[in-house]
Design a binder for this molecule. Sequence first.
Ligand code: NAP
Length: 261
Amino acid sequence: MIDSQGSDMTRVLLLGGTTEAGLLARALSQTGVDGVYSYAGRTEAPVSQPLPQRVGGFGGVAGLVDYLRAEGITHLVDATHPFAAQMSKNAVEAAGITGIPLIALERPAWQPGPGDRWISVQSGAEAAQALPGEASRVFLAIGRQGLGDYAAAPQHDYLLRLVDPPTVALPLPRARVVIAKGPFRFEDDLALMREHGTQIVVAKNAGGEGARAKLEAARELGLTVVMIDRPRVPPRPVSATVQGVLDWLHGPALSGTDRGV
Ligand code: NAP
């Protein structure tokens, strides 16, 4: 956005919390675009970003609208995780109210390939129901949120991989916690799953590269993956690439492959 003096007035609010958001923050900083990176504040030591940062919820749609106006934001980029559906919904609504253009930076969903044994489910509750009745060794690779769904299947030995050590009692009586932050490597996930004796993997269909290794390891070991499909979010323009977002910010229409709703 160029003002009457020829200065670029673009100011981006980047809703983050993902690897892709970090890549976009770096690209914005390198190209001198003004912006703010927003974290929800879920992890203890979020990765430092090359843009000014803010942390914490906005206070729903109304709070986000206020923030966008108060901060003089001209463009809103939703680069949150595909499972952060509430934030994405709020962003669509706030963009509609303020007239501020919105784009989502979203990695494509993973697709099963030859050798994959996936069971597709729509929610964590469905994933818990899809687990076998007999006690099994389950790599519950879903992060911290949604663990309560699996309290309905307490007989399993769960392997949890979390960014921070849990600060409250886990809702699962038989759980082992590994503290680790992605990106993860195939060899490491294979070794972890062999050591745990994993029989089933539960995953969210996050897409992207950083968390794909567990799926490749499951394929190698011939294991079933209970794959939780992405939650629905309202239609909005989507780019799968950082470059697509930069093109959108600087004016030209998105290329055909990058256009989406
Ligand atoms: P969510 O359920 O969609 O959001 C719940 C609330 O958290 C939002 O309404 C908003 O609060 C606040 N929020 C979420 N993302 C925010 C952001 N980037 N900046 C400021 N406030 C934010 O989200 P979630 O699933 O809890 O995910 C939280 C964050 O973790 C997201 O930033 C996401 O990118 C990241 N993350 C999530 C997952 C996952 O599996 N869900 C995995 C990896 C990373 P207000 O309504 O008060 O504004």
